[in-house]
Design a protein around this ligand. Structure first.
Ligand code: ATP
Length: 415
């Protein structure tokens, strides 16, 4: 099966918004084993949309559109599709109820034109919108599917995952399963380089790396008659990916680094605490995002000022005056002290210069020291995290947090 994506919206053509919908759909369709050979963008114009749809239907089994399902005059997607196939629009009762409830729950007055969103071409399969008002829909024409989804990514993405993906899977007599390998501390290009031959030679399963914030994920997807057969195809490839990428892999289907850390602490019966300066509590926040973290995470101190580092945490005044607050020695003492204060197996200390001010030639913006200490693990890293990006401060703090989590994860396996 192959699909084509048409993103509809004049603002996309003008470059006012970035077309994240087509990237999302392309990724999701690839994971379902559906090939995407063409994507296009068309403005809110019925004739040109019709032209794009006709062309797409010549070469694809499934045409996916996003945008133009709203209640205003420039929302023309379903009207154009219905008129192309001589289908009438009919009001979908369940969608009427959902739209009315959507407005009532928000306490917003619903203008009558909003109910136009409940009009769907005769015979369409309707996909509920759990996060907005316009439903999505699919029609089948001469064995081909036209699937229309709303424009806002916050509506389109959950709709695709909850409703469209199962709908597409039903159309095939096979199942598609995927597993994700999580990698930290290796760039996407290096990951691709290591996996190139696997990516090019393996058709089923497919191997696709993609960059997430500060980390890389590799999704391995297989199509087979049933789940067990798909897993049997996936598992040896996952083992191969792990072999190629070594210790940068922190888990398979683990969700996030903080989740992997909490699970590792739990399974090894360990506890941890953190003393943070430049990350301002981000490491604690990330760990406590994970349900059940209280069993393994004692807490943290955000010791931003020197006074707090000294008086609350117990970092020695001489360490601060001799080496400075941003130094290997201070990071180490922060880790030791928080471990002692909280009585945990693992202690982490993070100190650095997030900028944009405060950097010197000797200690530039982006310099971060992270120390993680346990009975059997003692490592202090000096990192240079400035990348010249727009949100430099945010990036430095985020990456410092990720490195701290990663080191704690390693400690959790050795403590
Ligand atoms: P609405 O009910 O909000 O009008 P709609 O289905 O009619 O939804 P559009 O009006 O085409 O969708 O788009 C609504 C918003 O969704 C756009 O202003 C934009 O913010 C976002 N959007 C639309 N298409 C895309 C896209 N391809 N990628 C990213 N965002 C998009």
């Amino acid at each position: 099966m192959n699909a084509e994506i048409i993103s509809i919206g004049t603002e996309l053509l003008l470059g006012d918004i970035v077309n994240t919908n087509s990237a999302f759909l392309a990724r999701e369709l690839a994971a379902l084993g559906i090939n995407v050979f063409h994507q296009s963008v068309v403005g809110d114009n019925a004739d040109r949309l019709k032209g794009s749809l006709e062309l797409a239907l010549l070469r694809a089994d499934i045409v996916m559109t996003t945008g133009g399902l709203g209640p205003t005059y420039d929302d023309i997607t379903k009207q154009t599709v219905a008129s192309m196939f001589g289908l009438k629009l009919e009001r979908h009762a369940d969608s009427v109820k959902r739209i009315e409830t959507f407005f009532a729950h928000r306490g917003i007055v619903m203008t009558p034109n909003n109910l136009l969103q409940a009009d769907v071409p005769c015979g369409a399969t309707v996909f509920q919108n759990g996060t907005g008002s316009a439903p999505g829909m699919a029609i089948c024409h001469q064995g081909k599917y036209i699937i229309m989804l709303p424009g806002p990514p916050s509506e389109m993405e959950p709709m695709f995952i909850s409703h469209v993906s199962p709908f597409l899977q039903q159309k095939t007599d096979s199942v598609i399963r995927s597993k994700t390998v999580h990698i930290f501390n290796m760039g996407e290009s290096l990951v691709e380089d290591r996996l190139r031959s696997l990516m090019t030679t393996s058709q089923n399963p497919t191997v696709a790396p993609y960059a997430a914030k500060g980390e890389v994920k590799v999704r391995v997807s297989a199509k087979a008659a049933d789940a067990d057969a798909a897993d049997a195809l996936i598992d040896p490839v996952i083992a191969d990916v792990i072999k190629q990428l070594g210790s940068t892999v922190y888990g398979v289907d683990v969700g996030s680094l903080q989740n992997a850390l909490v699970q590792a602490l739990k399974s090894n019966n360990l506890t941890a605490a953190v003393a943070e300066s430049c990350t301002g509590g981000k490491v604690s926040a990330a760990i406590t995002d994970i349900p059940g973290a209280s069993a393994v995470f004692a807490g943290g101190i955000c010791a931003y000022s020197d006074e707090l580092k000294q008086h609350l945490l117990g970092v020695r005044a001489e360490t601060l005056s001799q080496y400075g607050a941003v130094s290997k020695e201070t990071a180490q003492e922060m880790a030791e002290r928080i471990r002692a204060v909280c009585g945990t197996n693992i202690g982490a200390g993070i100190t650095g210069i997030a900028g944009p001010l405060g950097g010197t030639d000797e200690k530039p913006v982006g310099l971060v020291f992270i120390s993680v200490i346990s009975e059997n693990y003692n490592e202090t890293k000096q990192l240079f995290l400035a990348r010249g990006l727009d949100d430099e401060r945010g990036t430095i703090r985020h990456m410092a947090m990720m490195h701290a989590l990663s080191m704690m994860f390693k400690a959790a396996h050795k403590a």
